[in-house]
Design a protein around this ligand. Structure first.
Ligand SMILES: Cc1cc2nc3c(=O)[nH]c(=O)nc-3n(C[C@H](O)[C@H](O)[C@H](O)COP(=O)(O)OP(=O)(O)OC[C@H]3O[C@@H](n4cnc5c(N)ncnc54)[C@H](O)[C@@H]3O)c2cc1C
Length: 325
């Protein structure tokens, strides 16, 4: 099995182990979060040796050319000497310019990036609490329309980064961010296509950005947004979304409640179940699924069975496989 050399030490890889698993097993502290090749928090560079193509999934060509790779999905066949990326590659400072609770557990955070950050609404950034601790948050803002980056952070009980955002951050603070990454965004070029968006909890963040992007770009096809929570308190931006339905006749918003009591104006049921019963035929539609990983998994399968092509289903599962990261 190949050896991994990092920071002057050599670590032998065990069978089937990723580079990240190997480093963690030896007590080495490096940043990581999703552990499934999505969030890019574990970006590293091979100084000697060639990382496998599969470990460079989703990286920009300039990073691939410079032998960057994702440690969590890297199963090398040769020895690698690796390092963490320089700060200039990976991170940009950003100042917190606004914080506001959207409901009891979701914080709207506005950030002013110190560097130019080109992004599409719906992509995500990684937010660093400290050197080796980062989490991904989706962008609800619309470049060109919103002067700052907007993220919606749900407080996770005992959650290290989300609790810090809620209790430790304040306007004026400067944090490090990385990105953007991800392919969950509006694609212009098919303005008549139906768009189905389903989200739970803070999964509304990317969808709010995508809906406004599509509308701003003159999308003419039906746009159906289903946002789900157990109870009314878990939903948010209801007024703003209702306002959009009044302005754009092709946009429809359905707030769904899966708990017992369902007040007037809300639909009873889980968001993906309501969505797929109201829009049962999805051939030719583009589908966006964001939020709870189980919902995303089930809805992806159902959307495919309802006729959506796999390439037209964009998913952002708010996965957290963090163990010690
Ligand atoms: C691509 C992507 C985009 C994301 N976008 C957003 C976003 O826009 N808004 C947002 O709020 N979150 C988003 N997330 C989730 C976010 O990155 C963190 O996982 C989340 O904030 C928890 O981090 P933490 O450090 O607070 O919790 P941790 O310290 O990592 O976890 C503490 C405990 O809570 C559990 N836990 C962690 N996350 C969750 C969860 N989501 N639900 C239930 N239990 C959990 C852990 O298993 C652990 O037991 C996204 C994730 C990904 C991969």
């Amino acid at each position: 099995m190949p050896d991994i050399r990092y920071d002057g030490q050599t670590y032998p890889l065990c069978d089937g182990q990723s580079v990240l698993e190997c480093l963690i097993a030896h007590g080495v502290s490096v940043p990581f979060s999703c552990r499934s090749g999505i969030c890019q928090t574990c970006l590293m560079r091979a100084e000697v040796g060639q990382p496998p193509d599969a470990a460079q999934k989703g990286l920009k060509p300039a990073l691939k050319d410079r032998n960057y790779f994702l440690a969590c999905i890297c199963n090398p066949e040769e020895d690698l000497t690796i390092s963490l990326p320089g700060r200039e590659v990976a991170r940009t400072p950003a100042t917190i310019v606004g914080m506001e609770l959207l409901n009891a557990e979701i914080m709207h955070v506005s950030l002013q990036s110190h560097g130019q950050l080109e992004y599409r609404a719906g992509q995500f950034i990684n937010l660093y609490q400290k050197e080796n601790l980062a989490r991904s948050y989706s962008l609800a803002s619309l470049p060109g329309e919103d002067p700052h980056l907007h993220i919606h952070v749900r407080r996770v009980p005992e959650g290290r980064v989300s609790s810090w955002v809620h209790d430790g951050l304040q306007p004026g603070d400067t944090v490090d961010i990385q990105g953007p990454s991800g392919d969950c965004f509006y694609l212009p070029g098919a303005p008549e296509q139906g768009l189905l968006l389903i989200g739970t909890g803070s999964g509304l963040a990317p969808l709010y950005g995508i809906v406004r992007d599509a509308l701003a770009q003159g999308h003419t096809g039906p746009i159906r947004l289903f946002h789900g929570s157990r109870n009314r308190n878990g939903l948010y931006l209801i007024g703003q979304l209702q306002e959009l339905t009044r302005t754009y006749s092709n946009f429809e918003y359905t707030p769904c409640l899966s708990g017992g009591y369902v007040p007037k104006g809300f639909t009873s049921g889980r968001a993906h179940q309501v969505a797929l019963s109201e829009v049962p035929r999805l051939a030719g539609w583009r589908v966006f699924l964001c939020g709870h990983p189980e919902m995303v998994k089930v809805a992806q399968k159902k959307a495919f069975l309802a006729g959506a092509s796999m390439k037209d289903i964009a998913c952002d599962a708010f996965t957290s496989n963090a163990i010690t990261g």
